[in-house]
Design a protein around this ligand. Structure first.
Ligand code: SF4
Ligand code: SF4
Length: 116
């Protein structure tokens, strides 16, 4: 497994929340448009898993200081479970982190139109 040593804590600067796959309905589009109207919010679709939609909230963890975890020994289980083999830094390097990431509703609609 590779080391985190050369990374400034990319995985500690965002929260990914799985969401239901939206359909091209007025309700789903309005809800996503509302979410995407907020700063630092985007929607990402995972590359490998079908219907793997996530709300991505870019916000640093309170325990991140100068690129390091100051609570490393007591860090959360989700942090312990993440390895450098499946982390955002590795996947970004492989250019396969996501199929698609959207920061505005028009691009989501375009994507869904093309998929229908
Ligand atoms: S797990 Fe990956 S993204 Fe997180 S600090 Fe280590 S190398 Fe960076
Ligand atoms: S607790 Fe530590 S390892 Fe977990 S997200 Fe926060 S800074 Fe990163």
């Amino acid at each position: 497994m590779k080391s985190c040593r050369r990374c400034d804590g990319k995985c500690c600067r965002l929260v990914c929340v799985p969401i239901e796959t939206p359909i091209f309905s007025p309700k789903d589009m309005d809800t996503l448009a509302w979410a995407l109207a907020h700063a630092n919010i985007s929607v990402a679709i995972g590359k490998d898993i079908q219907h793997d939609w996530n709300l991505v909230i870019e916000t640093p963890c309170r325990f991140l200081s100068n690129g390091k975890c100051i609570a490393y020994d007591e860090r959360f289980q989700i942090c312990k479970d993440l390895t450098t083999d499946n982390c955002i830094a590795t996947k970004e390097k492989q250019k396969g982190y996501t199929d698609t990431i959207f920061d505005n509703i028009e691009d989501v609609k375009k994507y869904l139109r093309e998929k229908i």
